[in-house]
Design a protein around this ligand. Structure first.
Ligand code: C2O
Ligand code: CU
Ligand code: CU
Length: 478
């Protein structure tokens, strides 16, 4: 059975917004898709790895004519791909070479908060540095790094502060899946921008409190990209790195593809599909089998009706090996009987967005939860139809999706996730637990909603150190 539907409420798709900006192919020559290099460690031992990550300004030739002023990590735009290995201890030296304060948030890593996690309580001021250390204990996944200063996350990500990271583990490593990075295993970071005079971006001018949009697709920081296919099967690691936009992905000829992973793990079983919707911050790994094409053919990836990325088919060795039928066993720990359901509401639109009726406050802890206890969380989108879909995200953990309004979750939501799309009026039930202590944010991942206050934070209490105090920022001066 092939899934041929985007699974969410069509009436709430972003193209119904009054302020929606449709995608349009840029008037520019095609370019090879930029594949971010793998970030080289400063040092690596059997147990530890050391990285330096610099947030910097730069300029990139995105369109013919003037270069676009951009921000990036260890380069002018976006980041290099960071490799993390399950069990490894990671030491990172951050450098802020930007003209304003930033933070370095690992979206999807289950590491202590708020400092290692890198949300708004871990500022690095201009010209300053910060060192963090954490150990990776989680399944193979595609996660990401992005800026998270309050309330300028949206603007800094728009400038380019986002990059992918691959978590590797021994289980995934022994499955027969493509993993030759840059050849048959590529990140595909989906973003959109508006180019103003002299090819510059202007966040303030394009600002929309429900999320900024631009007409031009930008994939891995490339405009009008193509990719040379030299193997029959290619693994695409999609990341919706847009501030606001939903991507409704499908290929020319309705070519079916196989989703193998969601945000934070492989799926239990591979899923054949022809359509895939990703809301902000969600990831999906798919395998595309180009076996029915010949050299010279072109296969196009679209969002709605706009081409995003062209796959140019070259000679390849036939590879008819079947994918494994079973990929992953999703953990399903029992809910702690003493923990009542915790309710979260995503409220309002525009400047009035809030969570549980309140706007985010940096020095207010909204909830406390003991470490390792499993609890059901009920997330409700209180915008009624035809309101918008909110992508709900939690720091510091991966959750299990239990139900959507009492029904089974979508079939591609059965692995671990950290971001889940909530339809207008819908309740989504999650199983939530934390294996690391600290203060963590949870919020809508439409970045302007997050900056606008549709966000809260919880304290995860380690029973071995229940009185640990965290120093919380009360504001940030940009
Ligand atoms: Cu992508 Cu608060 O994070
Ligand atoms: Cu996050
Ligand atoms: Cu939202």
């Amino acid at each position: 059975e092939t899934i041929q539907d985007y699974c969410y409420d069509e009436a709430a798709f972003d193209y119904h917004d009054r302020a929606y900006i449709p995608l349009q192919v840029a008037d520019a020559p095609e370019q090879p898709l930029r594949i971010p290099e793998i970030l080289k460690p400063d040092q690596e031992t059997a147990t530890d790895v050391y990285y330096t990550i610099t947030a910097q300004t730069g300029a990139v030739q995105l369109l013919p004519g003037k270069k676009t002023a951009t921000w990036g990590y260890n380069g002018p735009l976006l980041g290099k791909t960071v490799i993390f290995k399950d069990g490894q201890t990671v030491h990172i030296h951050y450098i802020n070479d930007l003209p304003e304060v930033t933070t370095f948030h690992w979206h999807g890593l289950a590491i202590p908060g708020p400092i290692e996690d890198g949300g708004c309580h871990a500022p690095v001021y201009p010209g300053q540095t910060r060192d963090v250390e954490f150990t990776i204990h989680q399944p193979a996944a595609f996660v990401w790094l992005h800026a998270h200063p309050c309330p300028a996350t949206a603007e800094q990500v728009w400038h380019g502060l986002a990059g992918g990271a691959i978590v590797q583990d021994q289980h995934e490593a022994q499955l027969p899946l493509p993993r030759n990075y840059g050849v048959d295993d590529i990140p595909v970071i989906l973003q959109d921008r508006r180019f103003h005079e002299d090819n510059q971006w202007d966040y303030r001018q394009d600002y929309d409190p429900d999320g900024i949009l631009g007409p031009t697709p930008m994939i891995n920081g490339t405009i009008n990209p193509y990719f040379d296919v030299t193997t029959q099967k290619v693994r695409l690691r999609f990341l919706n790195g847009a501030n606001r936009r939903e991507w409704r992905l499908h290929f020319s000829d309705d070519l079916p593809f196989t989703q193998i992973a969601g945000d934070l793990s492989l799926l239990p079983k591979p899923l054949k599909m022809t359509k895939l919707m990703l809301t902000c911050a969600e990831r999906a790994e798919i395998i595309v089998d180009f076996g029915s094409y010949r050299p010279g053919d072109e296969v196009v990836l679209y969002s709605d009706d706009t081409p995003l990325l062209r796959f140019k088919i070259h000679e390849f060795k036939p590879d008819h090996a079947a994918l494994p039928n079973v990929l992953f066993e999703t953990p399903n720990p029992a809910v702690a009987p003493e923990m009542p359901i915790h309710y979260v509401t995503l409220d309002g639109m525009d400047e009035a967005v809030a969570m549980n009726g309140k706007k985010f406050k940096m020095d207010r802890i909204d909830y406390q939860m003991p470490m390792h206890k499993v609890q059901l969380w009920d997330i409700e989108n209180t915008n009624h139809a035809p309101g918008m879909i909110h992508p709900y995200h939690m720091h510091g953990t991966g959750f299990v999706t239990v139900a959507r309004d009492g029904h089974a979750p979508n079939p591609n939501e059965l692995g671990l996730k950290d971001t889940i799309a909530i339809n207008p009026g819908e309740h989504v039930l999650l199983k939530v637990w934390f294996d690391v202590p600290g203060v963590f944010m949870y919020h809508c991942h439409i970045l302007e909603h997050e900056d606008g206050g549709m966000m809260a934070q919880l304290k995860v209490v380690d029973p071995k150190n229940p009185n640990k105090q965290y120093q919380l920022m009360d504001h940030m001066t940009l």
